[in-house]
Write a protein that binds this ligand. Sequence first.
Ligand code: NAD
Length: 513
Amino acid sequence: LGNSRFSTATEPSSKQRNPPRVPNLIGGSFVDSKSSEFIDVINPATQQVVSQLPLTSNEEFKAAVSAAKQAFPAWRNTPVTTRQRIMFKLQQLIRRDIDKLAMNITTEQGKTLKDAHGDVFRGLEVVEHACGMATLQMGEFVPNVSSGIDTYSIREPLGVCAGICPFNFPAMIPLWMFPIAVTCGNTFVLKPSEKDPGASLMLAELAMEAGLPDGVLNIVHGTHNIVNAICDDEDIRAVSFVGSNTAGMHIYSRASAKGKRVQSNMGAKNHAIVLPDASLDATLNALVAAGFGAAGQRCMALSTVVFVGDSKSWEDKLLERAKALKVNSGTEPDADLGPVISKQAKERICKLIQNGVESGARLVLDGRNIVVPGYEHGNFIGPTILSDVTADMECYKEEIFGPVLLCIQADSLDEAINIVNGNKYGNGASIFTSSGVAARKFQTEIEAGQVGINVPIPVPLPFFSFTGSKASFAGDLNFYGKAGVQFYTQIKTVTQQWKGLTSGSGVSLAMPT
Ligand code: NAD
């Protein structure tokens, strides 16, 4: 952002000598935190410090909530058409700055530039969806429920809402949250991931350039303390969370105990079932793309393949295609996958791979010792394939969240479906087959919220909702789509009588029927 009021990494961090401090956004101003505690935002390909993020004080957090609370009355009374127009403008500005946003994402998060564009683009689609808010928030009307009496319901904003984000989609996930929330008339406090806060700040700056009034969107940085403060705050009415199960279940119970609405999207173990009648080439391409894209750090990454019957022999071809992928810094044009987010993440992933080996899985492709020339300090793991995995292995039970594909064998579709349904997560599952009968059986019997048929990563577009289930979701109103609008609005039901009010027919104390 040429005229940015703050500095976010939009160029390789090697050029940045003194890492800038990441400001909070409170009441329309980007302000440096007075906190004395900071954590480094680190480029995962180089280990260079991109910026320093404050552990925001409670006082500063309260100031952000208070700014959101003060902005609410005027914002909720702003015509919906005006709110929509700000979203129209925002989507235009995001398109204008998509390259800068993508570069920031690659610098802080590590994914390839092309993938970073996708991150922004999938969020942009939610902004586009918010442009139609007037029809999305329509109420209902039944005339003459009794003589001369009508009842109607209207959707009203809740007040101050908050969002807590994970590291893996620095643009898309904030955009799942605040555009819908504010266009419904709420005001918002966003806590980006402490690992890659830059995109959230750039998006907020664009939202303000688009005309979002001061205080409607606020940003506070930090980790557990700020999250707990969000859960406990009396003025926050709803919390949107995306991230791991440990954090998500904690937030779900703590915030709901305070009477808040919570939508919590959490971890995953997404399976693909491959039947021998599937199209070989398209299936293998899909498995490789969904298994290793974004270094496996997508909530919809495909982490387990269940080969049914003769399709087991495709494993060798899968291996060839996985081997051909290029691991490099996300800024390099030939990169298929970049680094994982942190040294700790790399260690955890390597431990789970080792655990698989020790419990009897075959390591057919080992990406643990990869060295990327020019980026020797990066947190790289190459594509890794573990075969002959069984459901009791730790590497199968836990979400790996790295470029690791587990292969399991099954003799029949029934057995494969049982394997998938036995896993605690329910984000997504896919089947690859040319049989409509098998696909229909899979769709009916599979216990996952998002189902792909010859499609690897079924992340629904924003006119639907993101519908993870089982341990992958807590709450009852999903992100974006109709459910997203319902989450950020409450219903008021009005009964009105407009008839000859002066000609009373006496008093009756009985329940009206
Ligand atoms: P994370 O849970 O570590 O962090 C998410 C957010 O929660 C961060 O803002 C962090 O500061 C906060 N946090 C972390 N631990 C906390 C704690 N104990 N108490 C309070 N706050 C805490 O998740 P992550 O590593 O950033 O993201 C990866 C995870 O997110 C994976 O499990 C992935 O599957 C999941 N994810 C799910 C979806 C989905 O839609 N289901 C989408 C993207 C990512």
